[in-house]
Ligand binder design. Structure first.
Ligand SMILES: [Zn+2]
Length: 469
């Protein structure tokens, strides 16, 4: 009898062990929406469906995934994490202090990350971002540095791990902060990497190509993509880089691919709600590419969508006011409208306030009574104050400036976005990260592993277990 029980137990455990190794998650996608809390997702879903006087919610692809849970993300030094500490936890399974990339809080230990482990186990690895590829989140999936600000050192470390495909943004300081260091692109080339930085070069990349750094030819000089809301039709998107990445690294042994939607966070830091929505949509488009792959190999593919932290302490609804349909009237990023104003100041320094109001109406809808966006005296005073500051050099802040969540009146662009967000019921309590746990959306092989509330240090452990590494 006892012998039988032992025998049954052995058979039982062997069965579990067998099934884990034989049916592992061979193709794993980790999508990180930087700064993407639940409110960022839900605001985008309201935006998609918004019609005046209609309350209806539509789901993004990620929200339709069968597993919906949450993840804590505090760092070793604060309940409010930064991207590098969160991404270090998600790539290595260890907490570190805010500011550190891939190393222990005392900076003495360099942790091995999931990319290194996956490479050792024979998987191919892809790392993608819509911001600089040496920025905090992507960097934490390959580098080990005392500070996230050590962009040059990070970019010099990038080619050391034989990662198969880097896609998206460029290097932030390829020749160091002062521009007097050996070129980090050349360093990568010396270590066997190919830089593809034209549309043609990127299009020509093919399955089996190794050691690729594919860089968006149409980006800001500092190395990040243009805002999705401003992006030209023909420009390469995060979805295009994801699709190309899948084509390049697809192989029989499997792969691990991390894709960051980096500018969701940037839009939230600037409290630019509409640009945030377009960044979430661009991120969702990238997820669609992975989902197409998943549909062909559902038994071997796992897609995880999550965030490092929430940014902006965003909430939907202000005293029951929610008018997401107003957000559709903003057709330019705050940054690009700012640029327009700077250019205008150069060409027409005497431009009138009325002309500015016309431009604000064209790009933000503000002042258009027909769509419910008329400006009251207080809002006009705010815009006038920003105009005086920007065009008349008047540093005196209008008395109404405390209407803004941040103390001083800023640019016309920021003021317009602030007013539009308020009218839409989009409320920002901060221009920085918040400490709320982040959403987790999962579909595919081993999805149930993520169904309970867990910590970000458990994320790589769960993935590695499912990949059998
Ligand atoms: Zn941030």
């Amino acid at each position: 009898m006892i012998k039988n029980i032992v025998l049954i137990s052995i058979t039982f455990f062997c069965t579990i062990g067998y099934s884990q190794t034989e049916t592992k998650a061979k193709y794993v996608f980790l999508f990180i929406g930087d700064g993407m809390g639940l409110s960022q997702i839900y605001t985008t879903e309201m935006y998609l469906n918004s019609k005046p006087n209609e309350i209806k919610s539509e789901k993004l692809l990620m929200s339709s995934f069968p597993v919906n849970s949450n993840m804590t993300n505090y760092s070793a030094s604060s309940y409010v994490t930064t991207s590098c500490a969160a991404a270090t936890a998600m790539s290595t399974g260890f907490k570190t202090n805010n500011g550190i990339i891939g190393k222990s809080p005392d900076q003495t230990i360099s942790y091995e990350n999931i990319s290194q482990k996956a490479k050792k186990a024979g998987f191919k690895v892809g790392i993608l971002s819509s911001v600089m590829i040496d920025h905090a989140t992507p960097a934490s999936f390959y580098a080990h540095q005392n500070s996230r600000n050590m962009y040059y050192e990070i970019s010099m470390e990038l080619p050391n791990y034989n990662i198969d495909y880097f896609g998206g943004g460029g290097f932030h300081h390829p020749k160091g902060k002062k521009g007097d260091q050996p070129d980090s692109y050349q360093n990568a080339i010396n270590k066997g990497y190919t830089i593809a930085n034209s549309i043609e070069d990127i299009r020509n990349l093919k399955n089996g190509d190794e050691k690729i750094i594919a860089i968006n030819p149409d980006m800001y000089p500092s190395g990040e993509f243009h805002w999705a809301i401003d992006q030209k039709e023909e420009a390469f998107s995060l979805a295009d880089f994801t699709k190309k990445g899948i084509e390049v690294i697809d192989n029989d042994k499997g792969f691990f691919m991390m894709v960051e939607g980096g500018k969701i966070d940037w839009a939230c830091h600037g409290n630019d709600g509409v640009s945030m929505v377009h960044e979430v949509l661009a991120f969702n488009d990238a997820i669609k590419e992975a989902y197409e792959f998943y549909k062909e190999r559902p038994d071997e593919t796992l897609i995880i969508v999550t965030a490092d932290h929430e940014t902006g302490a965003l909430t939907t609804g202000i005293n029951y006011v929610t008018n997401p349909e107003y957000l559709k009237y903003q057709i330019i990023s705050v940054q690009e409208f700012k640029r327009k104003m700077t250019e205008l100041k150069g060409t027409d320094p005497e431009v009138s306030f009325n002309t500015i109001l016309e431009l604000v109406q064209a790009d933000f809808g503000l002042g258009n009574k027909d769509v419910g966006l008329s400006l009251d005296d207080k809002e006009l005073a705010l815009l006038k104050s920003a105009y005086n500051k920007q065009f008349k050099g008047n540093k005196n802040v209008n008395a109404d400036a405390d209407y803004l969540s941040k103390t001083a009146v800023k640019s016309i662009a920021e003021t317009a976005a602030y007013i539009l967000n308020k009218k839409a019921g989009i409320n920002w309590a901060s221009g920085d990260h918040s400490g709320t746990p982040v959403p987790v959306r999962v579909i595919g092989k081993g999805q149930e592993e993520f169904s309970k509330y867990f910590d970000n240090t458990d994320l790589p452990k769960k993935i590695q277990k499912l990949m059998g590494i």
